[in-house]
Design a protein around this ligand. Structure first.
Ligand code: UD1
Ligand code: CA
Length: 453
């Protein structure tokens, strides 16, 4: 990538598809693969290939697509393609960006989310090597429906023929166009403007840029990608196939990175999750977006994590839920049926059973008993609970926030704590126990007598 990063690159990401076959109220490119929108996958890969400028072409009224693009790539420019007249027409919607003059133009499809940064960089490398157009090709199991890549005597593509325009001999060719391509930025606009809709679909085909470049004496090149990398998504079956591929890759990365996945096929890993060395992940675990699992941590079965940091040697689950902002320090323990949200759990602290910790800080080595609840919400606002190092909160206590439990303090079981507790103090906030000697025996006697009557 070092050569190509010196060249200035504009990526044009086509996201104007209607996605009818998704049968969804959500635009197709906002559907998620590995917990991240397809649009975000493409933007991330393009940025990874060194595209310094990004133009996103959206359909009319696609405000939410534009918003997602700007969330991921705040510097992106949004262009609207008002009529869908073909892929070349879509690229030309970004005319003002193209006209600025770049060395490399990358064209990508937002509904083809698994193309890697390395592959985009390889297309740019083709341009750096002197080609005017570099095509991403693949050899599909079944090429029906794809444009075929017709290679010339020099080994570079002469043309791409869409299925609907192909002769029987051309249809017999397996090498197909993935859709993604790189164009020499100094002639891209001239090539695109020369494309005419002389074809079966009366569309402006981006793929015609190849034959046009050839007719002007320019060189063309192609790179071949695995079919699974270039799979496009048109319906939910293909979305699931894409997800399966993304998951297989994420699990493999985690395992090769030194994590043990006991039943890999049951573990979901979101894109961008960081999983350290000697991490053990038991079956049926979800590692959602924004998670980081440090070295030596264990995630027991049936745990669900999102936006959580699990520190070195920490233990989570089984059946634990870590919500965004949960941060477990070294060797902390979060056990079964525990939910943690926006809270910091100190090193060695234990929250072992049936507990809700939200908007809280739990000090190092503190022990939170079964059934403890931080009452963090009054229906309008959220409040903080601060629990000091080495504190002990007895079983089934309610901590009504805002409240502080001092270092080393002790909260008796079943307490409702509404005021701060001083360090090393004992706080009891529960009804006094009343005892009536012999009452039970008398009660039983009375009841038995009645029955005998
Ligand atoms: C395209 C390629 C074909 C390739 C195939 C790979 C062309 C002419 N053909 O065909 O060679 O094998 O992809 O999947 O490029 N789009 C717009 N505006 C438009 C038209 C398309 O934004 O006016 C977007 C679509 O949303 C989609 C992408 O461009 O993301 C490809 O368009 P699509 O109509 O699916 O092209 P194919 O016919 O599949
Ligand atoms: Ca398509």
């Amino acid at each position: 990538m070092s050569v190509s990063t010196k060249r200035r690159c504009l990526a044009v990401l086509l996201a104007a598809g209607e996605g009818k076959r998704m049968r969804s109220a959500t635009p197709k490119v906002l559907h998620k693969v590995a917990g991240r929108s397809m649009l975000a996958h493409a933007l991330t890969a393009l940025a990874g290939a060194g595209a310094e400028s990004i133009a996103v072409v959206v359909g009319p009224g696609a405000g939410d697509v534009a918003a997602e693009a700007l969330r991921i790539a705040p510097q992106a420019e949004i262009f609207t393609q008002t009529e869908r007249l073909g892929t070349a027409h879509a690229v030309l919607a970004a005319r003002t960006a193209l006209a600025r003059g770049y060395d490399d133009i990358l064209v990508a499809f937002a509904d083809t989310p698994l193309v890697t940064a390395e592959t985009f960089a390889a297309l740019r490398a083709g341009l750096a090597g002197g080609a005017a157009v570099t095509v991403l090709a693949f050899e599909p199991e079944n090429p029906a429906g794809y444009g075929r890549v017709l290679l010339g005597p020099d080994g570079g593509p002469d043309a791409i023929r869409e299925e609907k325009d192909a002769s029987p001999a051309e249809k017999a060719i397996r090498l197909s166009n993935a859709g993604v391509m790189a164009l020499d930025g100094h002639i891209a606009l001239a090539l695109l403007d020369a494309i005419e809709p002389n074809n079966a679909q009366k569309e402006y085909y981006l793929t015609d840029a190849v034959a046009l470049a050839r007719s002007r004496g320019a060189r063309t090149a192609h790179r071949v990608a695995p079919e699974a990398e270039v799979m496009g998504v048109n319906d939910r079956v293909q979305l699931a196939a894409c997800e399966a591929r993304a998951q297989a890759a994420a699990r493999r990365t985690a395992m090769l990175g030194g994590a043990t996945l006991q039943a890999p096929e049951t573990v979901f890993i979101a894109a961008g999750a960081k999983i350290g060395q000697d991490v053990t992940i038991e079956p049926n675990v979800v590692i959602g977006p924004g998670c980081e699992i440090a070295d030596g941590a264990t995630i027991h079965a049936f745990s669900h994590l999102e936006g959580a940091y699990v520190g070195p040697g920490a233990n989570v689950g089984p059946f634990a839920r870590l919500r965004p902002g949960a941060r477990l320090e070294k060797k902390a323990k979060v056990g079964n049926f525990v939910e943690i949200k926006k809270s910091h759990i100190g090193a060695g602290a234990k929250v072992s059973h049936l507990t809700y910790i939200g908007d809280a800080t739990v000090g190092a080595e503190a022990n939170i008993g079964a059934g403890v609840v931080t009452c963090n919400y009054d229906g309008f606002d959220k409040f903080q609970t601060v629990i000091g190092d080495n504190a002990f909160v007895g079983t089934n206590s309610s901590l009504v926030a805002p409240v502080k439990i001092g270092e080393g303090a002790f909260v008796g079981s079943g307490s409702v704590i509404t005021r701060d507790v001083a360090p090393d103090a004992l706080a009891l906030g529960r009804g006094q126990q009343v005892e009536k000697p012999g009452w039970a025996k008398a009660f039983r006697a009375k009841k038995t007598k009645k029955k005998g009557d």
